[in-house]
Design a protein around this ligand. Sequence first.
Ligand code: FAD
Length: 561
Amino acid sequence: MVGGVAGGMAAAARLRRLDESARVTVLERGRHVSFAGCGLPYYLGGEVPDQESLLLHTPESLEAALALDVRVGHEVLGLNPEDQTARVRAGAQEFDLPYDELILAPGATPILPPGDGLKNPRNPRVRALRTIEDAAVLRALAQGAASGANRAVVLGAGFIGLEAAEALRSRGLNVTLVELANQVLPPLEPELAWLVGDELRRLGVDVRTGVKAEKVSDAVRHSAVHLSSGEVVDADMVLLSVGAKPDTAPFEAAGVVSERGAILVDHHGRTNLPHVWAVGDATLSTDAVTGTRKPVALAGPAVRAGRLVADAIGAPGARAIPRPLGTAIVRVGGLTAAMTGANRAALRAAGREFATVHVHAAQHVEWLPGAQRLHLVAHFDPATGALLGAQAVGPVGVDKRIDVIATAIRAGMTAPDLMDLDLCYSPPYGAPRDPVTMVGLVADNVVTGQTRLWQSDELDWATNQALLLDVRSPDEFAAGHLAGAVNVPHTALRGRLAEVRELAGGRQIAVLCESGVRSYTAHRILTAAGLESRTLSGGMATLRAWLGDSVSDLVNCGAEP
Ligand code: FAD
């Protein structure tokens, strides 16, 4: 095994359990094996009190439990596939180590953004968070808060950037989070990312999106991050989290075929070279939904592949490595954001037709104290109903809903099939209609044509070409509504159909309410009356989050009839 953390160690342990007589050697460049890399942000913040908690095993414990020959401080510099040897450097020594089978699990290395002081940084205040050593240095810098160092800049608002920003903020630092994309957590749909951005602002993080860090300059006591907006942000520490790239250079040089640096493997983890296998962040995966090929840097797929490669080495008919769905989750303050399958951008890039539904529902029955709304978005094929992806944000119960949908996608269920799920219910845990089953109900209505939706990105159509019909109560309407909207509460609609028909004047009717439930009822009333209408997916709750900062330009307060 080259690499002794997630994928490499999973393979090593499985090999031993399959074959007590095998000689299993793990070569790890760093000082630690089998450490909880995912715990580094929590160590940085202090939630994990000490480094020891992150060290799951040592070479000694692995020798004792699994008879593994684990060598830390051993870097593989290259391979000779003909004579089946790996070139290894250990301190000042270099030697060739023979193998019968070789599993590459070298993971990924942080991308250092271009710009002075950022690439190959020698500045001790600028660092990525990847290893235990990184975390220790960054934690020491953060603890310098007590001695006056209190400004941190985090570059990149992906999963690790968000965790790091929260960790540093929890230590009392003033944190600026800089993201090139126009939103935090770029894989998240914009209408959900807005909620996450809002939570970061509530935590006191200074969130800058749509800007790039161009350089870091160094002063005596601090650094300064120069942004593309022209602003300069002083920083006592700069944490780089703009992504990672497969750490595969020595293996590519030896003839292992890769694409954009990620090793190409078959469904058993075989590379193009005989007896050489690869798993984890260093490999190219085929997305389960879109078929797109890209590296997936997640721990679950890495350990899964590690075990299955060990199986394939032992038995040719072994189970194939499943295509990843990219199921991922992150805590941000009091919120959780999670996703599985494809998002809109991935579906568009793959040329897939899709429909989108939004559900805003509490994690358990509304009438029990403690009910809190979660926001769920799901994409599916409008013709077949095939489930393509889902994402959710909320304070409680997000993990459960996304895990259920991830399971449903893996099982080949359609979006309407979700309404058949027999999920557990008693008041503290759920509702007879769980948010997941509600996705199924709405999707079924869409696929069967019972509902026609309009989406927040069709606001131009709704305001310029359709009659905008807001069916909320007059009080809700007065508290904020779209310019030009006409208010007819859904309870009054049956008695005011003639008026609505006249106002529409042959145009389609774009109906909306707060979450999409009342507007669905209104849409059915209008359809039965022969009026053509569409109901806003997720209602004003989705639209407000979609509009983000520009909401005040488009949503008027003050009563209009
Ligand atoms: P790694 O676990 O990174 O192991 C690769 C090892 O190979 C490294 O220790 C490296 O030193 C060694 N190596 C590299 N080249 C050589 C060489 N030439 N010779 C010898 N050794 C070499 N994933 C999640 O799913 N959920 C999370 O919450 C999550 N949080 C994360 C938080 C952080 C801060 C980080 C950095 C990652 C996080 N991940 C998370 C990602 C997850 O850790 C990785 O996807 C996973 O560890 C990949 O496993 P791997 O075996 O491919 O590589």
